[in-house]
Design a binder for this molecule. Structure first.
Ligand SMILES: [Zn+2]
Length: 293
């Protein structure tokens, strides 16, 4: 059983938001043509396409991330159509009045995603604590916190500025929040995206901090000798098998679900000596435990 805890839902509204940010007046269709990606159509049509893709790849359930603030309704439509297949995640900018409660209660989404480096709001900021408290008020929810290196491929491709302050993405600054909300799961994607040691330190003192394994994890080139197998071994020794969530970071079509990312992680987990039953947790069971139907 395979569940993917990190897929992006690149909806028409997502592309329309990027087009507005670029200010050249491109339609969604024109933007997709420029990117050489498929036009997503309606949120329901994109949800249908994702379900067909997951079926073809043998993936039971996946996260779908609303990847700009304000796109909660697109993922909400996908989740409403396929509640047993998708878990809705949504990006929150704590510096604006984002309606966390509305996303959770009205749209049925479950995970608020914080990008401190992108939104220039430190995790120690009171506004972040208010966002987290609003999430924690609802059972079956979690908070995703992007730490470490951040690069958004689609922004680069479109020539959009990415004025990120990476110093705000230190996993150690997550510990205060995670300890303040001990029953709320926190997920740090990509093993901390370059800040593996700090992520392990934070997770060692906060039993509610999880990692996702998603993306190609090309950050391993930042330190001499790091390998994905070694990363899996380290995470196993500190977090154990119950706090690692498999993910691919799949996003656009026609590329679709990233089979190659899955296969390299499966190989690394096996090379790391992780047993079949522990791999079952990492590649599916933990997701079902955190996001029970
Ligand atoms: Zn991602």
């Amino acid at each position: 059983m395979l569940n993917d805890s990190h897929c992006h839902f690149f909806s028409a509204n997502f592309f329309a938001t990027l087009s507005r940010q670029r200010g050249k007046g491109d339609s969604v269709e024109a933007l997709c043509r420029e990117l050489q990606w498929d036009d997503p159509g309606t949120a329901e049509a994109l949800a249908d396409r994702w379900v067909r893709e997951l079926d073809a790849r043998g993936v039971a359930r996946s996260a779908l991330i609303a990847s700009v603030p304000g796109d909660e309704a697109s993922v909400g439509a996908a989740v409403a159509k396929y509640p047993s297949r998708f878990v809705g995640f949504f990006m929150v900018d704590p510096s604006s009045e984002d309606a966390v409660t509305d996303a959770i209660v009205t749209q049925g989404l479950r995970v608020a995603c914080l990008f401190p480096a992108m939104h220039h709001v430190a995790l120690s900021d009171d506004r972040v604590e208010r966002v987290v408290a609003a999430v924690a008020a609802h059972p079956g929810t979690a908070v995703f916190v992007h730490c470490g290196v951040l690069s958004v491929g689609v922004r680069k491709k479109l020539g959009l500025p990415s004025k990120f302050d990476l110093s705000l993405g230190d996993p150690l600054s997550l510990t205060r929040l995670a300890l303040a909300f001990p029953r709320l799961p926190f997920i740090v994607p990509h093993f901390g995206a370059g800040m593996l040691r700090e992520t392990m330190m934070a997770a060692d003192v906060c039993p509610n901090i999880h990692v996702d394994t998603s993306s190609s994890n090309s950050w391993i080139r930042y330190a001499p000798g790091w390998t994905l197998t070694g990363v899996f071994k380290t995470a196993m020794s500190v977090l154990g098998p119950s706090r690692m969530l498999f993910g691919t970071d799949s996003s656009f079509f026609p590329r679709g679900w990233q089979q190659g990312v899955y296969e390299s992680q499966r190989t690394a987990a096996t090379e790391a000596g992780i047993s079949e039953s522990d791999q079952n947790l990492i590649f599916g069971g933990n997701f079902d435990r955190l996001f029970s139907l």
